[in-house]
Ligand binder design. Structure first.
Ligand code: GLN
Length: 310
């Protein structure tokens, strides 16, 4: 058994034993019923070797992790012009906060808070029907993960559509500054659906490989994005990927990462591995409690923090 296999096995066993699991998100009613005891971890190294354990093949709602892929896709469509409509500074605010938008005239701080991700979705939607835009996003994820079985959980999307009052407020507010081009309901429809994409840790780790390997899928050798773009997306994941918990995540884990309220985290060890972890219970900032702890242990034991040491 390789060192990585052993470390993953130990961490999964340790996490499954813990009783401090955080709180499962309930503001999207469909997510409230997810088993808080679930735990999965998948790591794919530079040679394509997979180490995984626990519920690593169970699908969960990727929620805001989809924002990494919509950002990548939108940059591919319009390049750096994207940065005219959204910033790239940490917000220091919760994921669904509205306060900065007024001061900053409807321009969201970064593409990973809800407001910023809604703008990115609006960019992808322009010139398309909502169904087409959604199909493009889903196919991009299927391509990255090399898995055409990935789908959208329609019940989760409908559940968020019914209760997404905050996101409606954010979108309408930005629309008042003409930051959104499309009808608010169209943009939000696409946004709720890409947040509702369901994937397992194994599929998610597969989809993240290009970020760990200078923009290239290491098994096919295909360039997904230029190395410079992969580096920059990783930088935004490090600084903004966990909302107002981003500093703490960098301090404890030391990797670019993106969380979702479904309890998943995609983390990138540049040059080394793509990692996905899932534990549905969240901390106060809306990030997976045990997911973060597991990643902290993984980077410590493997010496993978981008800041060196362990
Ligand atoms: N769809 C969720 C929302 O907009 C995503 C939030 C998250 O995962 N942090 O509230």
């Amino acid at each position: 058994m390789s060192k990585l296999d052993q470390v993953v096995k130990d961490i999964v066993a340790e996490m499954q034993e813990r009783s401090d699991r955080g709180e499962v998100a309930t503001y999207i009613p469909e997510l409230a019923g997810v088993d808080p005891k679930a735990f999965g971890l998948a790591v794919i190294d530079a040679d394509g070797q997979l180490a995984c354990g626990g519920d690593c093949d169970t699908s969960f709602s990727i929620q805001s992790i989809s924002k990494v892929f919509t950002l990548t896709f939108a940059l591919g469509m319009i390049g750096d012009r994207l940065w005219r409509r959204v910033g790239r500074e940490p917000s220091g605010s919760p994921f669904n906060s509205i306060v900065q938008l007024e001061r900053e005239r409807g321009i969201p701080r970064n593409p990973f808070i809800n407001a910023g991700a809604i703008v990115v979705t609006d960019l992808i939607l322009s010139g398309h029907q909502p169904r087409e835009a959604l199909g493009e996003i889903l196919r991009f994820l299927q391509f990255l993960a090399d898995d055409s079985s990935i789908t959208i959980d329609a019940a989760v999307a409908a559940s968020e559509n019914r209760t997404g009052f905050r996101n409606r407020a954010l979108a309408n507010y930005m629309k008042s500054f003409s930051v959104l081009e499309n009808p608010v309901d169209f943009t939000l429809g696409v946004y709720f659906h890409h947040c509702a994409i369901a994937m397992s840790c194994r599929q998610l780790a597969m989809a993240g490989r290009f970020l760990a390997h200078h923009g290239r899928n290491p098994s096919t050798g295909l360039l997904v994005v230029q190395p410079e773009r992969a580096r920059r997306i990783n930088a935004i994941m490090l600084t903004c990927g966990h909302y107002d918990g981003s500093g703490e995540f960098a301090y404890r884990v030391g990797l670019p990462g993106k969380s979702g309220v479904g309890g998943g985290i995609l983390a990138i060890a540049p040059g080394r591995a793509s990692i996905a972890v899932w534990s549905p219970g969240l901390d106060a900032a809306g990030n997976s409690h045990l997911g973060r702890l597991a990643l902290e242990e993984l980077t410590k034991r493997m010496g993978w923090s981008i800041f060196g040491g362990n």
